[in-house]
Design a protein around this ligand. Structure first.
Ligand code: ADP
Length: 259
């Protein structure tokens, strides 16, 4: 099994979560504006069940706003967002059942690794009996077993981010939203965590929406990439389509940029 920097693939194939399939998400003509500043202008995007879709664009292009609307943190000023065909605008954030991972992982400092992960289950109303085996499963998948009784302050940045990922997936969400989850990590940890995220998605099959301004992350991870500029999608395609046939100079410049 994947040894160095490896990943608990064996834990996954034997796990009941292995065959899960993600949700479909349809964003239809959504608009968001702050005063006169139209940040997203009738943007439409469909994300297939189980797809790994990246929103890629420079700072200020509207990525976080769009993810926030899907998550429920941001109001939708026009248009509609539906999940598996059901409109979700009226469903509050905590009832959408999405897993979320952000740049600043914000673990509870006074709780151990296992308690941090278990807390997500409590919030989701999952009973104690199931909780223990689920936490154990996630600790194994993310190779955190030996750290389960440690506090976040006793972990490296990469390990803390793995706990944050564990917390996001322990409820077995059909959708996981990630906003720049690698940007606080140094280069080496970024690469190993990137591989883990990719493996996790392959094994669990949930839908992932991933936000980044880093084209190398987008190219390495995604089934498809939506390139945003000024609140609009300027190109939507597979990594190789974007790389080989950029729709315009902006995409060519941005996607072709070396790190
Ligand atoms: P990105 O995630 O691509 O960096 P954002 O979605 O954060 O972009 O921001 C897109 C645009 O929306 C920017 O021009 C930003 O200034 C504006 N914006 C975001 N949040 C607010 C806010 N709370 N108030 C006013 N303008 C905002």
């Amino acid at each position: 099994i994947a040894a160095q920097g490896g990943f608990g693939a064996a834990a996954l194939t034997s796990s009941r979560t292995a065959a899960r399939i993600g949700s479909r998400i349809d964003v239809q003509a959504v608009t968001r504006q702050f005063g006169k500043n139209v940040v997203l202008d009738r943007l439409s995007l469909s994300i297939e069940p189980g797809e790994f879709l990246t929103l890629l664009g420079p700072s200020g292009s509207g990525k976080t706003t769009l993810l926030g609307m899907i998550a429920g943190f941001q109001p939708v000023d026009g248009g509609e967002i539906s999940v598996d065909g059901k409109p979700i605008q009226d469903v509050p954030t905590h009832k959408r059942g999405f897993g979320m991972v952000f740049q600043n992982y914000a673990l509870f400092p006074h709780m151990t690794v296992a308690q941090n992960i278990a807390f997500a289950l409590r919030m989701a109303g999952i009973g104690r009996r199931d909780a223990e085996s689920r936490v154990r499963e996630v600790l194994q998948i993310l190779r955190l077993g030996e750290h389960e009784h440690k506090l976040p302050s006793q972990l490296s940045g990469g390990q803390q981010q793995r706990v944050a990922i564990g917390r996001a997936i322990v409820t077995r969400p059909k959708v996981v939203l990630m906003d720049e989850p690698l940007s606080a990590l140094d280069r080496r940890l970024r690469e190993s965590t990137l591989v883990e995220i990719r493996e996790l998605h392959r094994s669990l099959g949930m839908t992932v929406i991933f936000v980044t301004h880093d084209q190398s992350e987008a190219l390495a991870l995604s089934d498809r990439i939506a390139v945003l500029d000024g609140g609009r999608i300027v190109q939507l395609g597979t990594p190789s389509q974007l790389y080989r046939e950029p729709a315009n100079r902006f995409v060519a410049g941005f996607v072709g940029e070396s790190n």
